[in-house]
Design a protein around this ligand. Structure first.
Ligand code: SF4
Length: 346
């Protein structure tokens, strides 16, 4: 019986209101239930104390509330927390809490596995099994917010969609989740504190611009030379840099937002002067920020972080061209929670 019931969190507020009217109850009951689900985090209908007992039974007959469970939590020496999260169908995804002195950032997953095949990424070895539903993305954020309050005495401050999966390949559900995260009836977080990080799906970047989204965009670029990028991110053959650049120009023309690029410098792959010059050419059309991310080798060791001389060259050449550069030290390496390491190994 249970399996024929619908997940109530798949319903919009409007649909919930319509459900109550169809049951002969008041429309505003829909608002009350919506608040229980998205603001108060109710896991059971019986917790919804301002809904009559009979109506709670009706809800029980029609719906389930599918909640994620934190199956395993690991804490790194540097304070980073990794959650292996069990979904209602038993599949597992991972999300990470990255604490710094001032911030608690959640890195959340958007898909189970990934359909893309970035050679340096552990997640790419898990085939994409399915997209996450909006409530499954939302619940990862709620779980990390609770951990932040418990272990660091502060609420979650930032969210990055940099966990498992390509968020723009699950665009509608990511958007719905962000809507709940930012709405006053949900978690009420500012969209300015949310970054969606994509490997670069041109059509979807344009769609984000058309949809006038209020959250930030980051692009995992890693090379501005087609040949090199295709060798490490093979889908670049389908979405080449010229298309990506055109989409980013479109994004910038509409949003006027600085574009952030995520970039790892690997030994012997993209550590030459030519690579930096190509990067400068690629991003100088708009205000840009390049995050140079420390790399965490995955099992086969094919990719190794370039030496500090290569990083220094990147920093000085980018800065000379008025491009902001930051160097991001990786966190949670000892628990495989760092960038590119999420692969359900825990
Ligand atoms: S880096 Fe991101 S897009 Fe590429 S395979 Fe890994 S999870 Fe997918």
């Amino acid at each position: 019986m249970e399996t024929t019931k619908k997940d109530i969190r798949a319903l919009s507020k409007e649909q919930l209101r319509e459900f109550f009217v169809a049951q002969g109850d008041k429309e505003f009951r829909g608002n009350q239930v919506y608040e229980w689900l998205w603001n108060k985090g109710a896991h059971k209908f019986e917790d919804m104390t301002n809904i009559s007992k009979d109506m709670r039974q009706v809800l029980e007959d029609y719906f389930v509330i599918n909640h994620i469970e934190v199956d395993q939590m690991q804490r790194s020496n540097d304070g980073t927390i990794k959650n292996a999260v069990r979904l209602h169908d038993g599949l597992i995804v991972e999300s990470v809490l990255i604490p710094t002195s001032r911030r608690s950032t959640a890195c959340v997953s958007s898909q189970v596995g990934c359909s893309l095949d970035c050679k340096f990424c552990a997640t790419s070895r898990l085939k994409r099994m399915r997209n996450l539903n909006p409530d499954e993305i939302f619940d990862q954020v709620v779980a990390i917010d609770k951990e932040s309050r418990l272990y660091f005495n502060r609420p979650l401050s930032n969210i990055v969609f940099m966990g498992m999966g390509e968020p723009l390949m699950n665009y509608n559900n990511v958007l719905k989740a962000i809507e709940k995260i930012t709405s006053p009836e949900g978690l009420g977080m500012s969209p300015k504190r949310i970054i969606v990080s994509t490997s670069g799906v041109p059509k979807m970047i344009k769609k984000m611009a058309d949809d006038e989204v209020k959250f930030g965009l980051a692009v995992s670029l890693h090379s501005a030379i087609d040949e090199v990028r295709t060798s490490i991110m093979p889908f670049n053959a389908t979405f080449p840099l010229a298309d990506l650049r055109e989409a980013l120009e479109y994004w910038y023309a509409k949003t006027k937002n600085t574009i952030t690029y995520e970039y790892v410098v690997w030994d012997g792959i993209n550590d030459s002067r030519k690579d930096v010059e190509a990067l400068i050419q690629f991003c100088k059309f708009a205000p840009s920020k390049v995050n140079l991310i420390e790399y965490n080798p995955i099992d086969d060791g094919q990719f190794q972080q370039a030496d500090s001389a290569a990083l220094d060259m990147y920093i000085s050449m980018l800065e000379a061209n008025n491009i902001t550069v930051t160097v991001r030290r990786s966190r949670g390496k000892d628990i495989d929670a760092a960038c590119g390491q999420l692969a359900n190994k825990s």
